[in-house]
Design a protein around this ligand. Sequence first.
Ligand code: HEM
Length: 507
Amino acid sequence: MAVFSVLLSLAAPALMFLLLLLVIAFLGYCLYIKYIHMKYDHIPGPPRDSFFFGQSATLVKMMENDGNVHEKFLEWAEKYGPVYRLNVLHYVAVCTYCPETTKEILMSPKYPKEKLAYEKLFNLFGQRFFGNGLITARDHEQWYKQRRIMDPAFSSLYLRGLMGTFNERAEKLMDKLAEVAESKTEANMLHLVNCVTLDVISKVAFGVDLDLLNNSSPFPKAIETCLRGMVYYVRDMFFEFKPKNRAYVNKVREAARLLRTTGAKWISERKTAIQNGDEVPKDILTQIIKSASQEESMTEEDEEFMLDNFVTFFIAGQETTANKLGFCIMELGRHPEILEKARKEVDDVIGMKRDISYDDLGELVYLSQVLKETLRIYPTAPGTARDVAEDMVIDGIHIPGGFSAVFSSYVCGRLDRFFKDPLKFDPDRFHPDAPKPYYCYYPFALGPRSCLGQNFAQMEAKVVMAKLLQRFDFTLVPGQTFDILDAGTLRPKSGVVCILSHRDYKD
Ligand code: HEM
């Protein structure tokens, strides 16, 4: 008992001292935040909802109401101009649509991807997710090594060789659409194109035949769950600690685990094939295995690193393209005159031909314009961010170093100063003779960290759209919303529900 009393008498001052240290640390941190506010508050920006969490409450509230936070960024851009400031804790984000700054920062390799968001995506609620894969790698050397190894799988020579798969998978969609047309039922086009793009990436990147239009699979749901979970994880730092979210957080972790265990299985099968001396394709999976290690034995970290890139390609290579197709079909459904013009071009270039060639794609100029215009209004991956260590002057405002520069293609694409009457869907903005947008249109980002799959995505989308226009008439089922669902990537909220019929070739 006496010993206990002695211990207590010693512990009490120690605890007091610890408490005092904590109070001092807390006050010190508050002062630091105050200092940061004073350092950057000359930059215009919306008022902070709270001292610590800046404007986060506004964004979290929008998210909870299923709103599109990019609309808020647009509203702020219109109100505060080409440079505005946001705060959270001691972090400062400078959102800018100044073309010169966009050019200076995005085109240069010296600004790393923004730390707060991209480092967070290493994990998803504690489950390793994108890790150090191509999208999230922040260290230049580490990223550059991977990118060099991946490049051959995206060369135009290699992409030409994928035309067979693009055609074959798009044909499966046409078969499905023919069934839907004959049964006169409604088609959720977003769901169907999602099956196609996931089929394509599984086949061409990993050599696996999912045939999702005919088989059920847990992957589309798992991808959707991860992307949605990512939004909460990145934008609301308390999300995982709220008891009401526990079940949801577990579901997201499970979905992320499913993708990684699938990756582990497919990688192991491929490695066995390589070891057995079987002929394997020089596809993305082979490159992923190459990029992890050139050594005989792989460490656990090498294995995890391969899975990082597996998840990166499984997600990046699919969802954004499907959403772009969904939005494109939605806009064509809303604009019969544009649909007619695109269809006429398809008839002239492709006619009744079943297999579309790489050269045909080059001739589908108007269809390219339609797809570009789709991504202007609906950039399915809506932005990117970089860390800037040194001082900068943006649009005449001095910005002290140590901030994150945020670039939104959603905001740029919808600003009247860059695109007159911005909400009007007008593919002629991208006519070959029209002036090129100057650093205000970047749905695939720009510079060294721009999208590796840009050409892949354009080719795939063109093949699907050309076949759809060639074979079917479609109308949007009335009464559906044209709203955007902000689910990490942007997607059409309605799912783009259409009634289809076979084309009458007499007209
Ligand atoms: C319409 C379709 C697509 C859009 C709009 C899109 C957009 C983007 C954007 C904006 C980035 C930059 C992301 C950031 O800075 O955080 C990016 C990066 C990337 N995308 Fe895409 N993407 C599409 C399709 C694809 C496809 C089909 C693939 C692969 C098959 C792919 C693979 C990648 C990769 C690997 C990166 C990281 C590049 C690097 O940092 O080196 N994307 N994409």
